[in-house]
Design a protein around this ligand. Sequence first.
Ligand code: GCB
Length: 599
Amino acid sequence: MKIFKNKLFRIRILILLFLLQMTGSLLAQTAMINVSSRNKTSLNGQWQVILDPAGAGDWKQVWQEKKPQIKTDFVEYSFDGGPYLKVPGDFNSQLCELTYLEGTVWYKKQFENSLQPGKRLFLHFGAVNYIADVYLNGEKIGSHEGGFTPFQFEITNKVKTGTNTIVVKVNNHRKGNGIPGFGYDWFNYGGITRDVDLIETNTSYIEDYFIQMKKGSLNKVLGWVQLNGAQTAQNIKIKIPELNLVCKARTDEKGHAKVEFSSRFKLWSPETPKLYKVIVECENDVVTDSIGFRSIEVKGTKVLLNGKPIFLKAVNIHEENPYKKARAYSIDDARILLNAAKELRCNFVRLAHYPHSENMIREAEKMGLMVWNELPVYQHIQFSDSIVTRKLELMLNEMVRRDRNRCGVVVWSLSNETYPGTPNRNEALIDLTKKCKALDSTRLITHVINTQTYKDNSFNVWDPLYQYSDLIAINEYIGWYIPWQGKPSETKWQISLPDKPVFVSEFGGEALYGSNSGPTDEAAYWTEAYQEKIFVNQTEMFSTIPNLCGVCPWLLFDYRSLGRMNQQYQNGYNRKGLLSENGNKKKAWFIMRDFYNKK
Ligand code: GCB
C-alpha cells in the first residue's frame, strides 16, 4: 500500500513538473520598455482572420496552415477567402457578426525577415484581450493571459530568412479565475487591441530602467538601468542635454547598474508639465525617452505634489472611444478622452479599471494630468486559487514595468471593490501591496473599497486593506444606489484610520442626455435633473469629509455595458456619464465643472 502511495506520489510530482516546464517554457516574456524608441517594424494593419465561435480551430490545428498535398486531400480551414480585421483594434466593433462575441478569433499576418548575425528579434504585443496563443511558422512560441498589458517573445532563433507567418489565437472568454473574473461593468472588447511590433536589438540591449525622483526629494534622481544579454560589465550613460547632465555608471555581472544624480529640475506639475529628453546609453544600445521629475507623497492627512498640498480634481475614464463605440487605443482616442477631462477642469484622471494604453498615459502626462493606474482586480476575484495569485503578480509586474518612468502616474491602484470576507482576499492583496512597493516605492499605492456602512446619515469606513493604502479610497453612490438619510451637509464620518487622506474614488448616478420629462425627483425616469441633484448634494456633502484630498465622479462619458438593460433609458449603456456617448454635456457636468473651478 505504502509503495503504491509513493509511486502515485512520484507520478503526480512528475506530471506537475512536466506541466510546470510546459507552461514555463511557453509563457510570454515581460516586455522591454519604451517600445516607441526601439528599432522596430510595425505589424499593425490588416490581418486575416478566421472567426471561431464554435472553438473548432484547436482540434483542426489552424496554425499549421495545411494545404492539400494530393488530389484527394482537402483542408477544412483557410485564412484565404475570409475577412480581415484591423490591428490594433477590438474585433467586436469591426464586424457586426462579432458584436457580442466572447470567444475565439484566429489572426494571421506574414512578414519578411532578413535578420543579420549578431542581432536579436522580438515579437512585441501592446495588449491582447484576453488570452493570446502565439504561433510562428506552425510552432507555438507561447501564451499570454491578461488583456491590458504588453508582452513579448524572442524569435531570434525561430524566424527564417524570407517569409514568416504569425498566427494568434485570441480568446476573450470570461474566466472564473481570470483577472477580471466573470462579472464586470464594461464592454468585453476582445482582439489584438494595441500595437504589434517586431523589435530588433543587438546581442545586449537596454531592457528596462527606472529614472525618477527619489521619494520626497525635489532634486535627486535615484534609479537603475537593466541590460539584457550583456556578458560582461558595461559602461552606462544617462544624458539630459537640456541640463548639460551626463551621469555615468557601470553594470554588475547581472547587467544591473544603479544611477544617482541631482539637478535643478523644472518640476513636472499640472500647470507646467515639463518633460526632458533623456538618453540612456550602454555600449551597444541607446534609447531616448521623455521623462518628467516630480515628487508625490502623503504627509499626514495631505497629498503633496512637489512638497505642496494638492486637491485631486479627478474624473473616472473607461478606455472606450465614445464616438466610435470601440476600444480606445490611439493617440487621437486618448486626446478625445483627456481633452474632455481638461475641459471639466481636472488635474487628475482615474483610468478605470485596468491599465489603459501607453498612449493614454503618455498623453495625460504631456497634458498635465496626473494618472491613477489600476489593475483589473475587480469585485469577485477568486483569491483562494493559487493560480490567481500568480496572475496577480505577473500583471502587477507588467503594469509597473511599463509605466514606472511616467511621472504623470502618481497612484498604483491594486484593486476595486473587493470584499474583506472573500477567502484569501486580505492575504493576497496585502502581499500584492508589498510586491508593488518593492517594484516602486515612490508612488502612492491604494485599494478602492465600497463596503463602508451608511446608517443614520453616518458613514462607517473600515477595511483591513486601508492600513496598507496611502489613500482611503471610497466608492459611494448615495443618492443613486442608496437614498440619502439626512441632509448632505450634516453627514457624519467615522473612519477607522483618521490620519490618512481620503479620496472619493466614485460617486454619481445615471441620466439619459435629453431626458427631461417625468418627475425629476424619481430615479426611474433617468432625468438629467435627477442626476444633477445627486451632484449638488454630493458636492455639498464633500465638505463634511475629514481629510478630503480629492474626488472623482463616475464618470466622464456614458459607456457600453451589456448588463445595463433598461431599453428605454440605458439600452446597453451605463449612463452615469457627465457626457453622453455623443459628447453632450448633461446638467451634472456643469455642477462638477463649477465645483472644480472653485477648488
Ligand atoms: C462601481 C464600480 C464601477 C461601476 C459603477 C456603477 O462601484 O466600481 O465599475 O460601473 O459602480 O455604475 O455601478
